[in-house]
Design a protein around this ligand. Structure first.
Ligand code: AMP
Length: 292
């Protein structure tokens, strides 16, 4: 397994593979890997086969964090991540630096030839939910993913259903900007009690961790409720509120019911509707979603 930090070196390697007709599978991550991430790496291997190359990027992308968010304390453990990826036979781990990804980011230097000033913005699917709660988040995501696609030159890139809206926004970007990349969305891996695996689960104390399962329970209850009949979105929100009131440490950020293709909110919730929610436990914000 090769560890590549320079953008030019990664791009050279990718171009060499491309010329040789070798398929490239790509999994972008922010590191602190858990089994959810590893399932995406396995999926990428499956997609490109044993003669293909699997590239995993580990990069905590500063432009997708808001000024009051957890960029500085986002968990990192590169040594452990590399060990896990070596065991999975990843071919390359790409670990670029901020200085190379965003030269001069945050500096007040105004010479047009220095620094970084081009962003990719999706203007429809990224407006609601995560986009409404975290302004500029998706601008950072689409920008870094576009950059990574131009550096790694993947044939296939694998994203997690855990970040449903993110996957939808990336698919739209790829279609709109004609990236020759197939996007695969892989299922959410969960802890034994149903909590979706996330690097941010590490922030939870024991009590918060015990209550964090309400995200999953709310999704399951919604699924059961619409099995036989449709229910208005307003009614669902009232009914499911009992999960957040039963967990005194939880503060609901949003709960939405929407069409899985357009992400447009629906008035009537039925089987096949997508549900997503975000819940704060202290400063930690957890998200989850499911097809009902
Ligand atoms: P992150 O490191 O949080 O940026 O996530 C990197 C990729 O892993 C994204 O495509 C996520 O959607 C995906 N991912 C995160 N958590 C899970 C999970 N529990 N199951 C499957 N994929 C996940």
């Amino acid at each position: 397994m090769q560890i590549v930090s320079s953008i030019a070196a990664m791009q050279r390697l990718a171009k060499k593979w491309q010329r040789a007709g070798t398929r490239i599978g790509f999994v972008p991550t922010m590191g602190y890997l858990h089994d959810g991430h590893l399932s995406l790496v396995k999926r990428a291997r499956q997609a490109v086969g044993k003669n293909g190359k699997v590239v995993v990027s580990i990069y905590v992308n500063p432009t997708q964090f808001g000024p009051k968010e957890d960029l500085a304390k986002y968990p990192r453990d590169l040594k452990r991540d590399l060990k896990l990826l070596r065991e999975l036979n990843a071919d390359v781990v790409f670990t670029p630096s901020d200085a190379e990804m965003y030269p001069g980011l945050g500096s007040t230097e105004s010479r047009p030839t220095s620094g970084f000033s081009t962003y990719v913005v999706e203007e429809k699917l990224s407006r609601t939910m995560e986009g409404a709660s975290r302004p500029a988040h998706f601008r950072g995501v689409t920008t870094v993913v576009a950059k990574l696609f131009n550096i790694v030159l993947p044939d296939v890139a694998v994203f997690g259903q855990k970040d449903f809206q993110q996957a939808a926004v990336i698919k739209r970007m790829v279609a709109d900007l004609n990236f020759p990349v197939k996007i695969v969305v892989a299922p959410t891996l969960r802890e034994r009690d149903g909590l979706a695996m996330s690097s941010r689960n590490k922030y939870l104390d024991a009590e918060q961790r015990a209550q964090a399962v309400i995200l999953y329970h709310a999704l399951q209850a919604a699924k059961a409720a619409v099995k036989q009949k449709s229910i208005s979105a307003g009614r669902m929100k009232i009914d499911l509120n009992e999960f957040t009131t039963a967990a005194p440490l939880a503060r609901l950020d949003y709960m939405e019911f929407f069409d899985p293709e357009t992400l447009e909110p629906v008035a009537q919730v039925k089987s096949g509707t997508q549900m997503a929610l975000a819940v704060f436990f202290g400063k930690t914000r957890l998200i989850d979603n499911a097809r009902l």
